[in-house]
Design a protein around this ligand. Structure first.
Ligand code: ZN
Length: 339
């Protein structure tokens, strides 16, 4: 009797502990807008730490947030100065190349039997940045067997049709509905429905495999990936975060979906031991600047993108805390959206 009472009291104490842990994020973050914003900003590192993610903090914790684009949003016009934003293509790792602009990243994973292109730049930039970039690097665009499109926004899906139509590459995405709705227009051709990404799907070319995970939130079909790269022969595990900003319908249900996906991806990245976080926009992980720093790298120095498991966890914490803050703003009617 006594022992069962003790057990009941013990369970009650445990339940109390769990519910208070549920209500607050780890580290006793106050469940307020200000509390979550402060916690998200602090996760950037800085001063005595490596300020890996100031760009991410600026985008989702500081700058006014974009809501979802209206259904009648005009298709993007060609920027006559777009070439001023182009950056030199670069070898990022032994077996990965970076192709991008000041804002947008695409990544080419090579193998002994063809390439996987991960995200595809804006529609007007794809020819110059992706195909032009590969040619500059001495790589053959016809070797692209699969194109992974993280989500159906313009900076990720813009060049997909080019690789599908010209080189017969297969396109893998879960955002076909968004692509087919043509929200942003595809003035040079819309990608035709091809491979539908599923959770845990493996995309393999030669000795390379990317495991794809469904992480809906940023868009309904956002996908993320985990894979290995090599740096001076050493294998490193990468988590590719497919969607970042809160430019979806800003209601509680959408924030809850976003938070659930990012928490799951954070757990998958931690379980896989990911020490590198990459994505499709340089501002979030500083890819363009860090890859420029590669030229200065000393023997024995860590790769600038190899930030470690603790920093990868902080990246997801920034997303988590600032999404929680924005969610509370929505509930309080304080959300200040910029269209
Ligand atoms: Zn997007």
């Amino acid at each position: 009797m006594l022992s069962s009472m003790r057990r009941a009291v013990g369970l009650l104490a445990l339940a109390t502990l769990v519910s208070s842990a549920d209500a607050q994020s780890p580290g006793s973050v106050p469940d307020t807008i200000e509390g979550h914003l402060a916690s998200g900003k602090n996760a950037a590192g800085g001063r005595d730490n490596t300020p890996d993610f100031y760009g991410l903090v600026t985008a989702i914790c500081v700058a006014p947030q974009h809501g979802a684009p209206p259904p009648d949003a005009p298709a993007p016009r060609e920027d006559p100065n777009r070439k001023a934003t182009y950056m030199q293509p670069k070898q990022a790792f032994d077996d990965v190349y970076w192709l991008g602009t000041e804002a947008v990243s695409a990544w080419l994973l090579t193998s002994n039997d063809g390439y996987i292109l991960y995200d595809t730049a804006n529609v007007y930039d794809a020819e110059d940045v992706l195909i032009g970039g590969m040619k500059k690097l001495g790589l053959d665009p016809a070797q692209v067997k699969y194109v992974i499109v993280s989500h159906g926004h313009r900076g990720e899906s813009g060049g997909a049709y080019l690789f599908q139509s010209r080189y017969g590459a297969h396109i893998v995405t879960a955002d076909w509905d968004l692509i087919e709705s043509s929200l942003y227009g595809y003035p040079t051709g819309k990608p035709k429905r091809d491979i539908v990404a599923t959770d845990g799907m493996k995309v393999t070319v030669g000795e390379r495999t990317i495991t794809v995970y469904l992480t809906p939130g940023h868009t309904p079909g956002t996908i993320s990936g985990i894979f290995q790269v090599h740096d001076r022969g050493k294998p490193l595990t990468v988590v590719y975060s497919g969607g970042t900003e809160f430019n979806f319908p800003n209601d509680v249900a959408h924030f809850d979906q976003y938070l659930a996906s990012e928490r799951r991806l954070a757990a998958l990245a931690a379980a896989a031991g990911a020490t590198v976080i990459i994505n499709n926009q340089s501002q979030f992980n500083g890819a363009a600047d860090k890859l420029r720093r590669l030229a200065d790298r000393q023997p024995g120095e860590r790769h600038p993108l190899d930030v470690g498991t603790e920093a990868v966890a902080r990246y997801f914490k920034i997303e988590d805390e600032c999404a929680q803050a924005q969610r509370l703003k929505v509930i309080a009617g304080q959300s200040e959206l910029r269209h």
